[in-house]
Unconditional design. Structure first.
Length: 207
């Protein structure tokens, strides 16, 4: 009778072990599928073209863009975004990666933006930015007050002497439909996108 009980106990343990193994493998597969889905559908690698975002991003530097960042919410002031040019004759979803622009959001839909004496004004009030940027020497079309449309964003280069941004009349309008997503971090070195990078000086190295 004891032998029968022991055999049933062993059988139950083997069945429990098999069940736990199956659950573990299923969990691993689900994690892999979830990770693949996130990477494939939510994240996109983009290369910075030009020097307009120095010293945050540099020409040829690869970054990762979160394409799901603005599914429910719109870009916030200070976000670095990737976007396609505003081409009404071509669907943004089929445009080439070589046309992608990367800039920092300064003005939001419906706001009035103006630049006077190197100072950015939003709805008539000076804008206090979170980071230190070089002085703006060219106001461009923002010399006159610009009223943004309900789906339009005013973006600037981090290299403020480079006016290849919303200050230029020939620059693409950055509309919500053309925004790919928020630039999260650089590929090499692996670093979050935020403030302009500090120049390497002896003082910084000693900190």
């Amino acid at each position: 009778m004891n032998l029968l009980f022991e055999e049933e106990t062993k059988h139950e343990r083997r069945r429990q072990l098999l069940k736990e193994t199956i659950f573990f493998l299923a969990a691993v597969i689900l994690v892999i599928l979830a990770a693949w889905t996130i990477v494939h559908f939510s994240l996109k690698k983009v290369s910075m073209i030009g020097s307009s975002m120095e010293k945050t991003l540099f020409n040829g530097q690869d970054v990762i863009v979160n394409r799901s960042s603005y599914v429910l919410f719109q870009p916030r002031r200070g976000h670095v975004i990737a976007f396609y040019p505003d081409n009404e004759e071509e669907d943004a979803s089929v445009q080439k990666d070589s046309t992608i622009g990367i800039r920092r959001v300064v003005g939001l839909p419906g706001e009035k933006v103006q630049i006077k004496d190197g100072i950015i004004f939003i709805n008539g009030s000076p804008l206090k930015e979170d980071y230190e940027f070089e002085e703006i020497t060219s106001q461009g079309r923002a010399n006159e007050e610009i009223t943004l449309e309900d789906d339009e964003f005013f973006v600037l280069s981090d290299k403020r002497s480079d006016a290849d941004d919303s200050r230029s009349a020939s620059f693409t309008k950055v509309r919500k439909k053309n925004i790919i997503g928020r630039v999260l971090f650089t590929m090499n070195p692996f670093a979050l996108i935020g403030s302009p990078q500090r120049e390497k000086t002896q003082e910084n190295e000693d900190e």
